[in-house]
Design a protein around this ligand. Sequence first.
Ligand code: NAD
Length: 504
Amino acid sequence: MADIRDYKLLIGGEFVDAADGATFETTDPSTGEVVGRVAKGGREDMKRAITAARTAFDAGEWSEMPQAERSSRLSKLWELLQANVGVLSELEARDAGHTIRMANLFSVPLGIENLRAIAEASNTLGEYEPVPMVEFPAPAWGMVRREPYGVCAAITPWNFPFILMMWKVAPALATGNTIVVKPATYTPLSTAEFGRIVNESGLIPPGVLNVVPGAGGAAGEELASNPMVDKVGFTGSTEVGRRIMQLAAPTVKKVTLELGGKSANILLDDADLDVAVAGSLWATFLHSGQICHSGTRAFVPASMYDEVVARMVELAEGLKVGPSMDFESDMGPLVHRTQFDTVDRYVQIGLEEGAKLVTGGERVDVAGHDGGYFYKPTIFVDVDNKMRIAQEEIFGPVLSVIKYDSVEDAIRMANDSIYGLGGGVWSRDTGRAINVAKRMRTGTVWINDYHLISGFGPFGGYKQSGVGRELGTWGIREYQQTKFIHVDQTPRKDQKFWFQVLGL
Ligand code: NAD
């Protein structure tokens, strides 16, 4: 795929240009070359897409379709996507800088697998839930009905465009909503391609899925604030998450937010160091650290600090940083020049704060790829948890190794953060590790592993890392209203409670 991909907006089942004809280009972060030309949606286009989604919802073909049929169609879509793993992985590699190995083995197949899990789980949840009969204040029985919200918005970031789009689109569609998706401008291609696959499949009626790439300040703001949108699902920075809440507030929209992180990775003194040291680098350097829940703060007992650091440095220096399309690359580039500059600036901040740089901290020159944003895996030691490099999200391959004297200390420092998204504990004693996990104020804790996300479990953040959950039944419920239907059991008027209270 050396060609440049062209994509239009997907609105109401048709591929259309932006109202003002605007387009933008996306570039390959390994080379700086243009890989895509994409129609740039503005406020007018977003309004058109929201209207199309509203019309499709109100028409009822999708929203009132029996659950089994909706789930079955999404399962067919899952099959179709599997046949497209190759092209989607290549787009993720060339547009978002995923190594082709990661895209092929993880970032695309996991998104597709999550669709299957959500289609299946939605079909087992049932439309109604009984509520126990009550005698007071009057005999009645009731039931809860789950219903779609209506028009949903999905606003996604650049780091894992395909998966994070799927975490919103799959539950929204499975539960009968319609949706408008706005991918990040750096990395819109896999989402645009997904729109093309869905539209050509004919499995989903026109207007149920709309894809409108565009700038956050225009298309994004319209989507988060438009009165016709009922629910906003957002993944991105905490800063923009706060803005999304403000935009959604005047019309009191339901909002779920997956935001930033600065996750703690705690090595206990009984950890198997072969596993824990490599695992700590897996926690930090996957996708060059551009992952919201990366374990960028490693807490290491003082008694084994020097040994752990020496092993970390040796392993980090063995990682091969290279072009994303090279199957030999362990780490690809940073997504963009601005992200590269941010990472480099934080390395300077770390040095100024007095942390000691033991490896990395600079660009990697890759032959034939002068335009690429490659950065060395970077490790700071003697880091104080109060330093900015330990408190602020860098979103790059920078690990801070922090010494601790007691497990109490490690837990206290781990929780001393405005974030609470992920975390890790490494120990040979699972019971001990679970006790530490219980005390970490964070939405996910991995024990003796990291990053692996189950489509049947919830994912989301504590504190300023987010609101609500994605995936599993928890994620599905975020796309459903909860209606209570009360059925009275006092047929005669003189039995009625209101007869006694109000005398009617
Ligand atoms: P970002 O917040 O800059 O942008 C995210 C999305 O919001 C983009 O589509 C952007 O165009 C849009 N946007 C920007 N301003 C907007 C506005 N005013 N109104 C509406 N939409 C607007 O984030 P990013 O730089 O693309 O991604 C990196 C961030 O995402 C990191 O902070 C990372 O931690 C976070 N992230 C979180 C998770 C999670 O699950 N918690 C997962 C991945 C990334």
